[in-house]
Design a protein. Structure first.
Length: 269
């Protein structure tokens, strides 16, 4: 087996392209996105994602399992490149990288492709602005056992490196669909899935709502919350009671609280 190509120059065309891929336009044009980190790449490989390219730099490794991961990516068809420590620092998105970076193919999944459980449990998020919040929301949905996450009217790109990082690679395991709010509402109605909106102005505390049965919890953007469209078209609106001066929570935190109340009820506890 031929040794991997070694890149030492910061001006190498591949280095320049990796830096460009931090920008959404470049990612969309190339149809790929950056996956940085051992845990994130491992989870991608476990879910059958085949990176087109994998870049590594032993000087940044944190453990002893990296060579096996590199070989797994190679076996899946990835081109392998070794970078010097300086070259990897140039392309890394993290302040303290761990020496592994992959290019994975973007995907598109439709609502019709989702495989739902007998009693669907979905999370719908509208116009989430911050990549870190979206990544954390994906982790929460995975932990809560949601069938899928549906991103409506997106502001941030689901393939943003910060989404991948904040999700810790769960992006690859939680079924994820990007769609328009009206299409999602019609799809939910067709599947007889009840939409429950979350908003500080609701009368019903989230602990008093019934989250059993086919359910879609709907969360709004950080700045504006849910749009009138979802507030008017959801079967119920709920709020998280606030005892202090703050009138709202971070959307990722509010999502965790609401999802796990639903988990508690749905598990019969």
């Amino acid at each position: 087996m031929a040794p991997p190509e070694k890149i030492t120059s910061l001006h190498n065309p591949r280095i320049k392209q990796l830096v460009k891929l931090r920008d959404r336009r470049a990612r969309d044009e190339a149809g790929v996105f950056l996956v940085e980190g051992y845990r994130e790449i491992r989870r991608a490989l476990e879910k059958g994602v085949r990176p087109a390219e994998l870049y590594f730099s032993p000087g940044w490794f944190l453990g002893e399992n990296e060579p096996a991961l590199i070989e797994q990516a190679r076996a899946g068809g990835a081109q392998i490149f070794e970078l010097t420590k300086d070259a990897f620092a140039k392309v890394a998105y993290r302040e303290r990288p761990d020496g592994l970076l992959a290019l994975a193919p973007q995907w598109r999944r439709s609502l019709e492709e989702l495989k739902l459980s007998a009693t669907p449990f979905l999370l719908v998020v509208e116009a989430i602005e911050k990549p870190g919040n979206l990544g954390t929301i994906l982790r929460s949905a995975d932990a809560a056992g949601c069938d899928a996450v549906i991103v409506c009217d997106p502001v941030t790109d689901i393939f943003n490196p910060n989404v991948v990082r904040a999700s810790t690679g769960v992006l690859f395991s939680v079924p994820l669909v990007v769609s328009e709010s009206r299409q999602v509402l019609e799809w939910l109605k067709g599947k007889k899935i009840r939409a429950v909106a979350t908003t500080p102005g609701a009368e019903t505390p989230y602990t008093k709502a019934d989250f059993r049965g086919a359910l879609a919890i709907v969360m709004g953007s950080e700045q504006y919350g849910l749009s009138p469209f979802w507030l008017e078209n959801s079967g119920l609106s709920v709020r998280i009671p606030m005892a202090g001066q703050a009138d709202s929570l971070n959307v990722a935190m509010a999502t965790i609280i609401t999802l796990f109340e639903a988990v508690r009820q749905r598990s019969g506890e």
